[in-house]
Design a binder for this molecule. Sequence first.
Ligand SMILES: Cc1cc2nc3c(=O)[nH]c(=O)nc-3n(C[C@H](O)[C@H](O)[C@H](O)COP(=O)(O)OP(=O)(O)OC[C@H]3O[C@@H](n4cnc5c(N)ncnc54)[C@H](O)[C@@H]3O)c2cc1C
Length: 397
Amino acid sequence: MYRNCYDMKKYTFDITIIGAGPAGSMAAKRAAEKGASVLLIEKDKYAGIPVRCAEGVYRDEITRLVDIDDSWICSKIIFSELVSPDGNRVRAAEDASGFILDRKKFDQALAILSVESGADLRTETYASGMKKNVHGEWEVSACTRGEDIKILTKVVIGADGVESRVGRWAGIDTSLKLREIESCCQFTLADLNIDDQTVQFYMSKEFAPGGYAWVFPKSGGLANVGLGILGTYVKDVNPEKSLKNFVKRYFPEGRVISQIAGGVPVLPGLKDMVADGVLLAGDAARQVDPLSGGGITNSMAAGIMAAEHAVRSIEQKDTSKKNLTAYQKEWDRKFGKKMRLSSKLKKVVDDLDEEVFNNLVGKMSLLPQQKRTPFAFFKTLLLNQPKLFLDVAKFIL
Ligand SMILES: Cc1cc2nc3c(=O)[nH]c(=O)nc-3n(C[C@H](O)[C@H](O)[C@H](O)COP(=O)(O)OP(=O)(O)OC[C@H]3O[C@@H](n4cnc5c(N)ncnc54)[C@H](O)[C@@H]3O)c2cc1C
């Protein structure tokens, strides 16, 4: 299935991409399409396994980035439901806005697309460090199926996820404060009696302080049920215990068939995403939407963007940080405002009393269903919290 490299003891590529998640595979695809020699390395045996994700994406965002194959989709989402802390629920307007993906298939398909575009993919290959040689090129050390190798490369794209080490190796500050990361726990539950076309969001300081709990249906009574807790609360609320209690309360019939844990960065991106000959993309660059915690499509877009700047810098024979900063500027121009607004709204939502949510869900239920849009949600929220209005307005206007 994958095209492997030969004689990997010492190898030379224009661009080496570390991590074959959505960011890395899209970066490899675009860089190879643009004619660069590209090596994509992945520590696991298969891209996308193990899955650490609830697998939800917005239809509009993903279809702009890749031609979606129906086999990658577990369910098509038409409705979303918001559940208040007191257990009341309101169903939002019908908008056919999303998919729940099968990320095992999806991530592998993206990796294959990169290979079809000309990238070399090496799985079971763990990058363990990198240093600059006397010519100013990066030498990446890796271990591939028990064998130590060196990869000489002009540009490294760090797409190695939330626990990224590439940034640190390149001297980029990727550290996260407790308030900048959510600790998530998720069960895939079977035997649920839920609607396959509806995602559910639970606002609850009891179960998910500083975050929310979600139910993303995967069809046939299967769903990803999880929650995220802001780092500042984790000393008081254990995510796994809290999820068990949540499931006991809302889905006692559910049978746990798998469990995952993972961190989601919730800051509006890194201050520095580049260094000499290095670009970070996806979770490694903290490009997850802080309000929703969604990072799949942002990572794909960032991977494409990073690849284009990597290729351009090689063509210009200038892979300096100064030249690569154009990547960060483009990211900021296209995504910065939305990321900062999401970050602001997240803080607003986190600070609200549970009573405000109970009232909000009550007020939204009074609207006809087709008028219950996300805009109506925030409008109702802001009208009820006028002191928040000016705070948020400056980001929107
Ligand atoms: C519980 C949870 C639920 C989530 N739900 C959603 C959701 O519903 N929708 C959404 O959009 N986002 C969601 N996210 C976020 C989403 O999963 C990430 O934003 C997305 O996967 C980031 O893609 P990436 O390519 O940057 O990193 P990743 O997908 O993490 O890929 C990084 C890859 O790098 C590899 N790697 C790491 N280090 C090395 C190394 N040293 N050498 C070689 N390979 C290495 C890893 O094995 C991995 O394959 C969720 C996250 C969590 C934790």
